[in-house]
Design a protein around this ligand. Sequence first.
Ligand SMILES: [Fe+2]
Length: 244
Amino acid sequence: MDKKFAIIGDIHANIDALNTVVEDARAHGVTDFVCVGDVVGYNACPAECIRVVRDELHAPVVRGNHDHYVSTDAPLSDFTELAAEVVKWTRRQLSAEDVDWLRNLPYSKLHMGFTIVHSTLDMPEHWGYIFDNLTAEASFAYQKTGVCFYGHSHVPMVHQKSAAGIVRLEPGEIQVPLGSRFLINVGSVGQPRDGDPRASYVIYDTKSRVVKFRRLEYDVEAAMGRVLAAGLPERLAQRLAVGR
Ligand SMILES: [Fe+2]
């Protein structure tokens, strides 16, 4: 059955951005939400964001690195000092039920004919980044579906693999015909890092086979205010304003 999906990810506890994205998706006829991970971390509303994604949107979700570190005792040596501080703060905000939910998220998932993963399909538990044709190639080697959506770098990006090789496409409106393979970074809802502070996500219409990138202004001031009110580092508020 054809559907309109919203693929969202790297929400990072930013409820203001998440609510704006959900409203926009619904206004565009989206019925199904899917999440490529990092529901929590960096911002001030982890429990609220879990509630929306899990209980309101009923979205299939894969595990992001922040979801992983918040819900396990894994050492935080791979994290910057700033990120590690928020991981510890986030642990204190969540119920045992929320932590359990995060801890049981799968690394990758096949859903309705496409794949979702947070980082890469070749070694999802290593949290590597896809940023060029070489790293895209490694992930494509494990991709069994035409389309795979992912996140992690917070930078929207599209790679297409064909017999001629791998090409990078502008994240805009992408036709994803059957028989061709695409690896699509949907960007970040709650902490964009491409210099554009607007929330990022995509709408995938399985009937027209079009993936459309959306960028949305949201109440950044409100999100910044929540970070500061929670006593989280000021830098985390400031980066929301500049999209870095
Ligand atoms: Fe992230």
